[in-house]
Design a protein. Structure first.
Length: 339
């Protein structure tokens, strides 16, 4: 391999050395674990590749492989915390260091996801054309169209865009109403939920639910009741059980010392700062004094304010990493839950 390393799929609550048959986890390479204390990373030997500049189709294939391996390991009755797609380590030593850095947060996540699964629920409008027609015949839009038709100059492109925006606003209200109804109906049989971006105009809801395994039957019954209750206005689809992708996916972030030094100078904080509380107070003072609204006549005020915000984010990550005792070589390594 040109630049050999370890690809990290996720983390298990186990100190055992495990080897997964590639056929069992639908992988083309050997997948095994590297342990640190009572947790272990699920890895494979792989060339280190930068996923940030990869073509979308190639990235999609790797995402499918990544998720399929995680889900099949979960199917073997392992509780797994997923790692963000494209997470690599140089060697086994660095894998152990990552586990050491994130040990407390990883243990905390395992305490929260014991016997938990994710089920994703999507709902699409069964008759999208009819919904649009009904919206177009609404009183406000109908009156606006009539005024446009009566205008001496005729209907302009801008007028058509305004009508389109009005229809879009009303469609969003319809979809939001459906989404809230689904959330309200299912939150009683779930521990948490997160809404995701809608893929197209026909989709009314795209929601991930975190549920206890013992409530899976109750959850599916509620979804079926919703399906009947909406009287075929919506088409429901459930995907799961899944690992808790939407709630607890781990991310590794490395901060370079030169970035940290720049941020400390930009915020004017002591070089030995590690307290997030003290950092926040310093940021609030600097943000208040540099806010563009407070300096409307100062050239470059917006740029300065943006730099203050950037510096705060860097140092907030740095202070978190210091709490994890994760300094190594020329970078500060931090393990966190992906937002």
């Amino acid at each position: 391999m040109k630049n050999a390393g370890k690809y990290i799929y996720g983390v298990l609550s186990s100190d055992k050395e495990l080897f997964f048959d590639p056929h069992e986890v639908a992988a083309c390479e050997k997948i095994y674990t590297i342990a640190y204390q009572d947790i272990s990373a699920v890895v494979s030997d792989s060339e280190i590749v930068d996923y940030t500049h990869m073509r979308k189709d190639a990235l999609a294939m790797l995402l499918v492989r990544h998720q399929k391996a995680i889900e099949m390991i979960m199917g073997l009755r392992h509780t797994i915390i997923p790692m963000r797609l494209g997470t690599f380590a140089k060697d086994a030593g660095e894998v152990e260091h990552i586990l050491e850095c994130g040990y407390s947060i990883i243990k905390d996540i395992f305490s929260k996801i014991a016997d938990m699964i994710e089920i994703d629920v999507t709902a699409t409008l069964s008759n999208f054309t009819s919904v649009l027609k009904e919206i177009g015949e609404g009183e406000d839009i109908k009156e606006f169209k009539e005024r446009l038709m009566a205008a001496p100059g005729g209907v302009t492109v801008d007028d058509q865009m305004k009508v389109g925006l009005m229809v879009k606003d009303e469609l969003d209200k319809v979809r939001n109403g459906y989404s809230r109804a689904i959330q309200d109906a299912l939150k009683g049989v779930s521990e948490a939920f997160k809404t995701h971006e809608l893929m197209d105009d026909k989709m009314a809801a795209n929601i991930a639910f975190l549920i206890n395994r013992v409530k899976r039957g109750d959850f599916e019954t509620k979804v079926e009741e919703l399906n009947i209750g909406f009287n075929e206005d919506l088409n429901f689809r459930c995907v799961g059980p899944l690992p808790p992708y939407s709630f607890y996916t781990l991310e590794i972030k490395a901060l370079k010392y030169e970035e940290i030094d720049w941020a400390k100078k930009r915020l004017g904080v002591p070089s030995d700062i590690t307290s997030r509380h003290e950092l926040k107070k310093a940021y609030q003072r600097r943000a208040f004094s540099t806010h563009p609204d407070k300096n409307p006549k100062v050239s470059g005020a917006e740029k300065e304010f943006n730099e203050v915000n950037k510096a705060y984010k860097i140092l907030d990550d740095y202070c978190t990493a210091c709490e994890q005792a994760s300094q190594k070589e020329n970078a500060v390594l931090m393990v966190r839950i992906r937002e």
